[in-house]
Design a protein around this ligand. Sequence first.
Ligand SMILES: [Fe+2]
Ligand SMILES: [Fe+2]
Length: 463
Amino acid sequence: MHALLRIAVVPLLLSGCLQTKTATSNAASDVVSSDAADVALAADVSEQALVAVTAPASWLTHPENTPKAIHTTWQHDPATTLTVQWTTAATELAGYTPKVWFGPEAEAGKDGATQQFGAARFATGTGEMYYQTIIDMNDLAPDAPHYITWTVELTGLTPDTPYVFRAGTWSDFKAGAFTAPDLSDVQHVRTGLAKGSRQKITAVLAGDSRNGADGIRANAQRLAAIDASLWVFNGDFNETGVQEQWDDWFDAMQPILSKHPLMPVQGNHEFFPPTYYGQFALPVEAGLAPEYKEHAWSLTIGNLHLIGLDSTQDSVVQDQSTWLEADLQAARADKDIDWIIAMMHHPAYSSCTNHGSTDRVQKYWVPLFEKYDVDLIFAGHDHDYERSWPWRANKKVDAGPVYVVAGGFYADGYTNGKDVWTATSSHGNKSNYVVLNVEGKSLSFTAFSGDGSETLDTYSLKK
Ligand SMILES: [Fe+2]
Ligand SMILES: [Fe+2]
Protein backbone atom coordinates (compact mmCIF):
# COMPACT_ATOMS: atom_id res chain seq x y z
CA MET A 1 0.00 0.00 0.00
CA HIS A 2 2.84 2.35 0.85
CA ALA A 3 4.56 1.82 -2.48
CA LEU A 4 1.37 2.48 -4.43
CA LEU A 5 0.77 5.72 -2.59
CA ARG A 6 4.30 6.85 -3.24
CA ILE A 7 3.89 6.21 -6.96
CA ALA A 8 0.68 8.24 -6.96
CA VAL A 9 2.31 11.16 -5.26
CA VAL A 10 5.50 11.60 -7.24
CA PRO A 11 3.93 12.74 -10.55
CA LEU A 12 1.90 15.32 -8.66
CA LEU A 13 5.03 16.70 -7.10
CA LEU A 14 6.73 16.82 -10.47
CA SER A 15 3.77 18.48 -12.15
CA GLY A 16 4.57 21.70 -10.38
CA CYS A 17 1.43 21.73 -8.27
CA LEU A 18 3.69 21.98 -5.27
CA GLN A 19 5.95 24.94 -5.78
CA THR A 20 9.47 25.07 -4.50
CA LYS A 21 10.80 28.58 -4.44
CA THR A 22 12.74 30.58 -1.99
CA ALA A 23 12.16 34.12 -0.93
CA THR A 24 14.92 36.43 0.15
CA SER A 25 14.58 37.92 3.55
CA ASN A 26 13.76 41.50 2.61
CA ALA A 27 12.30 41.30 -0.86
CA ALA A 28 9.33 39.07 -0.41
CA SER A 29 7.50 40.83 -3.21
CA ASP A 30 10.12 39.35 -5.55
CA VAL A 31 10.26 35.63 -4.95
CA VAL A 32 13.77 34.85 -6.02
CA SER A 33 16.27 32.11 -5.54
CA SER A 34 18.38 32.33 -2.46
CA ASP A 35 20.80 30.08 -0.68
CA ALA A 36 20.07 28.75 2.78
CA ALA A 37 23.69 29.56 3.54
CA ASP A 38 22.68 33.22 3.37
CA VAL A 39 21.39 32.90 6.91
CA ALA A 40 23.38 35.44 8.84
CA LEU A 41 23.49 37.16 12.16
CA ALA A 42 22.45 40.76 11.71
CA ALA A 43 22.01 43.74 13.93
CA ASP A 44 21.74 47.41 13.25
CA VAL A 45 22.92 50.23 15.43
CA SER A 46 19.50 51.50 16.47
CA GLU A 47 18.41 48.06 17.67
CA GLN A 48 21.66 47.32 19.47
CA ALA A 49 21.37 50.55 21.40
CA LEU A 50 18.03 49.66 22.95
CA VAL A 51 17.74 47.55 26.04
CA ALA A 52 14.00 47.04 26.47
CA VAL A 53 11.15 45.96 24.28
CA THR A 54 7.80 47.54 24.96
CA ALA A 55 4.97 45.28 23.93
CA PRO A 56 2.76 46.76 21.27
CA ALA A 57 -1.00 46.47 21.65
CA SER A 58 -0.75 43.34 19.52
CA TRP A 59 2.22 41.34 18.37
CA LEU A 60 0.45 40.97 15.03
CA THR A 61 0.03 43.47 12.23
CA HIS A 62 -1.08 40.91 9.66
CA PRO A 63 -2.93 38.15 11.53
CA GLU A 64 -2.53 35.83 8.53
CA ASN A 65 1.19 36.02 9.22
CA THR A 66 0.87 34.69 12.74
CA PRO A 67 3.91 32.43 13.09
CA LYS A 68 2.74 28.82 13.26
CA ALA A 69 4.55 25.50 13.73
CA ILE A 70 7.45 27.17 15.55
CA HIS A 71 10.18 24.64 16.27
CA THR A 72 13.91 24.35 16.66
CA THR A 73 16.58 21.96 15.41
CA TRP A 74 20.35 21.97 15.19
CA GLN A 75 22.21 22.21 11.91
CA HIS A 76 25.58 22.86 13.56
CA ASP A 77 27.12 22.76 17.04
CA PRO A 78 24.26 22.31 19.57
CA ALA A 79 26.22 24.30 22.16
CA THR A 80 26.53 27.51 20.16
CA THR A 81 23.85 27.45 17.43
CA LEU A 82 20.12 26.92 17.13
CA THR A 83 17.93 26.86 14.05
CA VAL A 84 14.42 28.30 14.40
CA GLN A 85 11.69 27.52 11.85
CA TRP A 86 8.09 28.63 11.51
CA THR A 87 5.35 28.92 8.94
CA THR A 88 3.23 31.76 7.64
CA ALA A 89 0.73 32.12 4.84
CA ALA A 90 2.36 33.38 1.66
CA THR A 91 0.23 36.53 1.59
CA GLU A 92 0.84 40.09 2.78
CA LEU A 93 4.57 39.42 2.67
CA ALA A 94 5.75 42.77 1.32
CA GLY A 95 8.67 43.67 3.51
CA TYR A 96 8.55 40.38 5.41
CA THR A 97 12.04 39.82 6.75
CA PRO A 98 12.17 36.62 8.79
CA LYS A 99 13.75 37.58 12.09
CA VAL A 100 14.30 35.95 15.43
CA TRP A 101 14.73 38.20 18.44
CA PHE A 102 16.66 36.34 21.09
CA GLY A 103 18.68 36.69 24.24
CA PRO A 104 19.88 34.70 27.25
CA GLU A 105 17.01 34.29 29.67
CA ALA A 106 19.11 35.87 32.41
CA GLU A 107 19.21 39.10 30.43
CA ALA A 108 15.94 38.95 28.56
CA GLY A 109 13.60 37.96 31.36
CA LYS A 110 11.69 34.72 31.54
CA ASP A 111 8.20 35.85 30.54
CA GLY A 112 5.85 38.78 30.33
CA ALA A 113 4.94 41.43 27.84
CA THR A 114 8.06 43.46 28.42
CA GLN A 115 11.23 41.65 27.50
CA GLN A 116 14.30 43.29 28.97
CA PHE A 117 17.08 42.57 26.55
CA GLY A 118 20.46 43.57 27.90
CA ALA A 119 21.89 43.55 24.41
CA ALA A 120 19.27 43.41 21.68
CA ARG A 121 20.13 40.68 19.23
CA PHE A 122 18.39 39.34 16.20
CA ALA A 123 19.13 37.06 13.31
CA THR A 124 17.59 36.89 9.85
CA GLY A 125 17.12 33.99 7.49
CA THR A 126 15.34 32.71 4.41
CA GLY A 127 11.98 31.27 3.45
CA GLU A 128 11.00 28.37 1.27
CA MET A 129 7.56 28.29 -0.34
CA TYR A 130 6.72 24.72 -1.02
CA TYR A 131 3.27 23.68 0.04
CA GLN A 132 -0.45 24.27 0.15
CA THR A 133 -2.91 22.90 2.65
CA ILE A 134 -3.87 19.98 0.49
CA ILE A 135 -7.17 18.24 1.14
CA ASP A 136 -5.98 14.84 -0.05
CA MET A 137 -3.35 13.45 -2.30
CA ASN A 138 -5.58 13.34 -5.36
CA ASP A 139 -6.89 16.87 -4.96
CA LEU A 140 -4.12 19.37 -4.80
CA ALA A 141 -6.57 22.28 -4.61
CA PRO A 142 -4.63 24.59 -6.92
CA ASP A 143 -6.41 27.66 -5.56
CA ALA A 144 -5.58 26.89 -1.93
CA PRO A 145 -3.25 29.42 -0.31
CA HIS A 146 0.45 28.78 -0.29
CA TYR A 147 2.51 28.71 2.87
CA ILE A 148 6.15 29.46 3.55
CA THR A 149 8.43 27.88 6.10
CA TRP A 150 11.00 30.37 7.37
CA THR A 151 14.39 29.29 8.63
CA VAL A 152 16.71 31.37 10.80
CA GLU A 153 19.89 30.06 12.38
CA LEU A 154 21.13 31.69 15.57
CA THR A 155 24.90 31.54 16.02
CA GLY A 156 27.41 32.64 18.63
CA LEU A 157 25.31 31.32 21.53
CA THR A 158 26.67 30.39 24.96
CA PRO A 159 26.68 26.64 25.75
CA ASP A 160 24.25 25.15 28.27
CA THR A 161 22.34 28.41 28.70
CA PRO A 162 18.59 29.13 28.72
CA TYR A 163 17.56 31.47 25.92
CA VAL A 164 14.28 33.11 25.02
CA PHE A 165 13.25 34.13 21.54
CA ARG A 166 10.39 35.48 19.49
CA ALA A 167 10.10 34.43 15.85
CA GLY A 168 8.46 36.38 13.04
CA THR A 169 9.13 39.82 11.67
CA TRP A 170 8.92 43.53 12.35
CA SER A 171 9.66 46.45 10.14
CA ASP A 172 11.51 48.68 12.52
CA PHE A 173 12.42 49.13 16.13
CA LYS A 174 12.11 52.65 17.40
CA ALA A 175 11.58 54.19 20.83
CA GLY A 176 11.73 50.78 22.48
CA ALA A 177 8.92 49.27 20.43
CA PHE A 178 8.56 47.00 17.43
CA THR A 179 6.72 48.54 14.51
CA ALA A 180 4.57 46.36 12.26
CA PRO A 181 5.30 43.21 14.25
CA ASP A 182 4.15 39.72 13.34
CA LEU A 183 5.84 37.99 16.21
CA SER A 184 5.32 34.78 18.12
CA ASP A 185 4.89 34.53 21.86
CA VAL A 186 8.11 34.11 23.75
CA GLN A 187 9.69 30.68 23.31
CA HIS A 188 12.23 29.06 25.62
CA VAL A 189 15.12 26.82 24.74
CA ARG A 190 18.39 25.77 26.30
CA THR A 191 21.59 25.42 24.29
CA GLY A 192 23.39 22.08 24.38
CA LEU A 193 26.38 21.14 26.50
CA ALA A 194 29.76 21.95 25.03
CA LYS A 195 31.39 18.98 23.34
CA GLY A 196 33.32 16.93 25.88
CA SER A 197 31.27 18.06 28.88
CA ARG A 198 30.35 15.11 31.10
CA GLN A 199 27.34 16.81 32.65
CA LYS A 200 23.87 15.27 32.48
CA ILE A 201 21.98 15.12 29.19
CA THR A 202 18.30 14.14 29.11
CA ALA A 203 16.64 13.21 25.83
CA VAL A 204 13.08 12.11 25.13
CA LEU A 205 12.97 9.43 22.42
CA ALA A 206 9.71 9.01 20.55
CA GLY A 207 8.26 8.11 17.18
CA ASP A 208 5.21 6.93 15.25
CA SER A 209 2.43 9.38 16.01
CA ARG A 210 0.55 8.73 12.74
CA ASN A 211 -3.13 9.31 13.63
CA GLY A 212 -2.26 10.09 17.25
CA ALA A 213 -2.21 13.91 17.27
CA ASP A 214 -5.03 14.00 19.82
CA GLY A 215 -3.08 11.59 22.01
CA ILE A 216 -0.14 13.97 21.85
CA ARG A 217 -2.45 16.87 22.73
CA ALA A 218 -3.79 15.05 25.79
CA ASN A 219 -0.25 14.53 27.12
CA ALA A 220 1.74 17.44 25.67
CA GLN A 221 1.78 19.72 28.73
CA ARG A 222 3.03 16.88 30.94
CA LEU A 223 5.62 15.81 28.37
CA ALA A 224 6.78 19.39 27.81
CA ALA A 225 7.57 19.63 31.52
CA ILE A 226 10.22 16.89 31.26
CA ASP A 227 13.52 18.70 31.75
CA ALA A 228 14.97 17.45 28.47
CA SER A 229 17.98 18.75 26.55
CA LEU A 230 16.34 17.60 23.32
CA TRP A 231 13.73 15.37 21.75
CA VAL A 232 14.47 12.87 19.02
CA PHE A 233 11.76 11.50 16.76
CA ASN A 234 12.14 8.34 14.70
CA GLY A 235 9.62 9.03 11.92
CA ASP A 236 5.98 8.39 10.92
CA PHE A 237 4.83 11.78 12.17
CA ASN A 238 1.40 11.47 10.56
CA GLU A 239 -0.57 9.27 8.18
CA THR A 240 0.48 10.52 4.75
CA GLY A 241 2.45 13.73 5.11
CA VAL A 242 -0.10 16.03 3.48
CA GLN A 243 0.28 19.46 4.97
CA GLU A 244 -2.92 19.61 6.94
CA GLN A 245 -1.70 16.57 8.88
CA TRP A 246 1.67 18.22 9.45
CA ASP A 247 -0.11 21.35 10.66
CA ASP A 248 -2.10 19.19 13.09
CA TRP A 249 1.08 17.46 14.34
CA PHE A 250 2.90 20.76 14.87
CA ASP A 251 -0.15 22.18 16.64
CA ALA A 252 -0.36 19.16 18.97
CA MET A 253 3.39 19.25 19.64
CA GLN A 254 3.60 23.01 20.27
CA PRO A 255 3.95 22.85 24.09
CA ILE A 256 6.90 20.52 23.59
CA LEU A 257 8.43 22.27 20.59
CA SER A 258 8.30 25.70 22.23
CA LYS A 259 10.81 24.44 24.82
CA HIS A 260 12.90 21.70 23.25
CA PRO A 261 14.87 21.23 20.02
CA LEU A 262 13.74 18.13 18.13
CA MET A 263 16.00 16.05 15.89
CA PRO A 264 14.09 13.75 13.50
CA VAL A 265 14.58 11.04 10.88
CA GLN A 266 12.23 10.19 8.03
CA GLY A 267 9.79 7.30 8.34
CA ASN A 268 7.90 5.43 5.65
CA HIS A 269 4.76 7.54 6.19
CA GLU A 270 6.46 10.74 5.11
CA PHE A 271 4.93 10.27 1.65
CA PHE A 272 5.76 13.88 0.65
CA PRO A 273 9.47 14.07 1.51
CA PRO A 274 9.62 17.81 0.61
CA THR A 275 7.19 18.60 3.41
CA TYR A 276 9.40 16.69 5.85
CA TYR A 277 12.78 18.03 4.69
CA GLY A 278 11.40 21.53 4.15
CA GLN A 279 10.16 21.76 7.72
CA PHE A 280 13.22 20.31 9.48
CA ALA A 281 16.55 22.03 8.96
CA LEU A 282 19.17 19.40 9.77
CA PRO A 283 22.97 19.05 9.52
CA VAL A 284 24.31 18.75 5.99
CA GLU A 285 27.00 16.07 6.01
CA ALA A 286 29.84 16.62 3.54
CA GLY A 287 30.41 12.88 3.17
CA LEU A 288 26.92 12.17 1.84
CA ALA A 289 25.82 12.43 -1.79
CA PRO A 290 23.74 15.59 -2.44
CA GLU A 291 20.54 13.59 -2.90
CA TYR A 292 20.87 12.43 0.72
CA LYS A 293 21.22 15.95 2.12
CA GLU A 294 19.65 15.88 5.64
CA HIS A 295 18.68 12.18 5.24
CA ALA A 296 21.51 11.22 7.59
CA TRP A 297 23.23 13.44 10.11
CA SER A 298 25.16 13.40 13.34
CA LEU A 299 25.89 15.79 16.15
CA THR A 300 27.68 15.71 19.48
CA ILE A 301 26.19 17.07 22.71
CA GLY A 302 28.54 16.86 25.67
CA ASN A 303 29.90 13.30 25.54
CA LEU A 304 26.99 11.89 23.50
CA HIS A 305 27.23 11.36 19.75
CA LEU A 306 23.81 11.07 18.13
CA ILE A 307 23.35 9.75 14.59
CA GLY A 308 20.16 9.93 12.50
CA LEU A 309 19.74 7.63 9.50
CA ASP A 310 17.22 7.18 6.69
CA SER A 311 16.17 3.52 6.66
CA THR A 312 13.28 3.85 4.21
CA GLN A 313 14.70 2.00 1.18
CA ASP A 314 17.32 -0.69 0.45
CA SER A 315 19.48 1.52 -1.80
CA VAL A 316 19.25 4.46 0.60
CA VAL A 317 20.43 2.28 3.48
CA GLN A 318 23.33 0.90 1.44
CA ASP A 319 24.33 4.34 0.16
CA GLN A 320 24.68 5.80 3.66
CA SER A 321 27.01 3.04 4.86
CA THR A 322 30.30 4.65 3.80
CA TRP A 323 29.41 7.90 5.53
CA LEU A 324 28.13 6.00 8.58
CA GLU A 325 31.37 4.06 8.96
CA ALA A 326 33.49 7.21 8.66
CA ASP A 327 31.30 8.97 11.21
CA LEU A 328 31.45 6.05 13.66
CA GLN A 329 35.21 5.68 13.23
CA ALA A 330 35.75 9.36 13.99
CA ALA A 331 33.38 9.30 16.97
CA ARG A 332 35.05 6.25 18.53
CA ALA A 333 38.46 7.88 18.12
CA ASP A 334 37.24 11.07 19.80
CA LYS A 335 38.21 11.24 23.49
CA ASP A 336 35.36 13.69 24.15
CA ILE A 337 32.74 11.08 23.19
CA ASP A 338 31.73 8.26 25.55
CA TRP A 339 28.33 7.29 24.18
CA ILE A 340 27.05 6.69 20.64
CA ILE A 341 23.34 6.37 19.87
CA ALA A 342 22.01 5.70 16.38
CA MET A 343 18.40 6.31 15.37
CA MET A 344 16.42 5.16 12.35
CA HIS A 345 12.79 4.39 11.65
CA HIS A 346 13.04 0.69 10.72
CA PRO A 347 14.27 -1.61 13.50
CA ALA A 348 17.18 -3.98 12.95
CA TYR A 349 15.56 -6.38 15.41
CA SER A 350 11.85 -6.47 16.18
CA SER A 351 9.71 -9.45 17.16
CA CYS A 352 6.47 -7.55 16.60
CA THR A 353 4.37 -9.40 14.05
CA ASN A 354 3.24 -6.26 12.20
CA HIS A 355 6.62 -5.43 10.61
CA GLY A 356 9.42 -7.23 12.45
CA SER A 357 13.14 -7.06 11.75
CA THR A 358 14.55 -5.16 8.79
CA ASP A 359 16.94 -7.13 6.58
CA ARG A 360 18.61 -4.11 4.99
CA VAL A 361 19.43 -2.60 8.37
CA GLN A 362 20.84 -5.94 9.57
CA LYS A 363 22.85 -6.35 6.36
CA TYR A 364 24.42 -2.90 5.99
CA TRP A 365 24.41 -1.22 9.42
CA VAL A 366 24.43 -3.88 12.15
CA PRO A 367 28.02 -4.93 11.25
CA LEU A 368 29.04 -1.28 11.72
CA PHE A 369 27.11 -0.94 14.98
CA GLU A 370 28.96 -4.04 16.24
CA LYS A 371 32.39 -3.01 14.89
CA TYR A 372 32.24 0.44 16.50
CA ASP A 373 30.34 -0.59 19.65
CA VAL A 374 27.33 1.65 19.18
CA ASP A 375 25.74 1.67 22.61
CA LEU A 376 22.07 2.03 21.75
CA ILE A 377 20.12 1.71 18.51
CA PHE A 378 16.72 3.37 18.65
CA ALA A 379 13.97 2.64 16.12
CA GLY A 380 10.20 2.64 15.72
CA HIS A 381 7.96 1.48 12.83
CA ASP A 382 6.45 -1.21 15.02
CA HIS A 383 4.04 0.47 17.44
CA ASP A 384 5.14 -1.30 20.59
CA TYR A 385 8.06 -1.38 23.01
CA GLU A 386 10.86 -3.92 22.85
CA ARG A 387 14.46 -4.00 24.12
CA SER A 388 17.05 -6.54 23.07
CA TRP A 389 19.77 -8.15 25.12
CA PRO A 390 23.22 -6.79 24.36
CA TRP A 391 23.44 -8.47 20.98
CA ARG A 392 26.43 -9.28 18.79
CA ALA A 393 26.86 -11.75 15.93
CA ASN A 394 23.31 -12.99 16.59
CA LYS A 395 24.13 -13.91 20.17
CA LYS A 396 23.39 -12.54 23.60
CA VAL A 397 26.60 -11.08 24.98
CA ASP A 398 27.72 -9.40 28.18
CA ALA A 399 28.42 -6.10 26.43
CA GLY A 400 27.30 -5.04 23.01
CA PRO A 401 24.82 -2.94 21.06
CA VAL A 402 21.32 -2.78 22.60
CA TYR A 403 18.38 -2.41 20.22
CA VAL A 404 15.25 -0.56 21.34
CA VAL A 405 11.98 -0.38 19.42
CA ALA A 406 9.77 2.41 20.75
CA GLY A 407 7.07 3.15 18.20
CA GLY A 408 3.56 4.20 19.03
CA PHE A 409 3.83 7.81 20.16
CA TYR A 410 0.00 7.71 20.35
CA ALA A 411 -0.47 5.85 17.07
CA ASP A 412 -2.64 2.74 17.32
CA GLY A 413 -0.64 -0.02 18.99
CA TYR A 414 0.62 -3.30 17.52
CA THR A 415 0.86 -6.64 19.28
CA ASN A 416 4.14 -7.50 21.00
CA GLY A 417 6.22 -10.52 20.01
CA LYS A 418 9.19 -12.37 21.46
CA ASP A 419 12.33 -13.72 19.79
CA VAL A 420 15.83 -14.87 20.73
CA TRP A 421 17.14 -11.29 21.04
CA THR A 422 14.19 -10.08 23.15
CA ALA A 423 15.02 -9.02 26.69
CA THR A 424 11.63 -7.41 27.28
CA SER A 425 8.56 -6.87 25.12
CA SER A 426 5.44 -8.04 26.94
CA HIS A 427 3.76 -4.76 27.63
CA GLY A 428 0.63 -4.99 25.52
CA ASN A 429 0.08 -2.68 22.61
CA LYS A 430 0.59 0.48 24.63
CA SER A 431 1.69 3.83 23.29
CA ASN A 432 5.08 4.73 24.69
CA TYR A 433 8.05 7.06 24.89
CA VAL A 434 11.52 6.78 26.39
CA VAL A 435 13.38 9.18 28.68
CA LEU A 436 17.13 8.77 28.38
CA ASN A 437 19.81 10.13 30.71
CA VAL A 438 23.51 10.27 29.97
CA GLU A 439 25.81 11.51 32.72
CA GLY A 440 29.54 10.94 32.53
CA LYS A 441 30.16 7.20 32.23
CA SER A 442 26.54 6.27 32.98
CA LEU A 443 23.64 5.85 30.59
CA SER A 444 20.13 4.91 31.66
CA PHE A 445 16.68 5.05 30.21
CA THR A 446 13.09 4.45 31.21
CA ALA A 447 10.25 3.57 28.86
CA PHE A 448 6.85 4.88 29.90
CA SER A 449 3.34 4.12 28.74
CA GLY A 450 1.93 7.00 26.72
CA ASP A 451 -0.12 8.38 29.61
CA GLY A 452 2.96 8.26 31.83
CA SER A 453 1.24 6.09 34.43
CA GLU A 454 3.25 2.94 33.87
CA THR A 455 6.94 2.12 33.65
CA LEU A 456 7.43 -0.37 30.82
CA ASP A 457 11.17 -0.83 31.17
CA THR A 458 14.27 0.55 32.84
CA TYR A 459 17.83 -0.13 31.75
CA SER A 460 21.26 1.21 32.56
CA LEU A 461 24.81 0.90 31.32
CA LYS A 462 28.15 1.99 32.72
CA LYS A 463 31.54 2.42 31.09
FE1 LIG B 1 4.61 3.45 12.14
FE1 LIG C 1 6.67 3.03 9.82
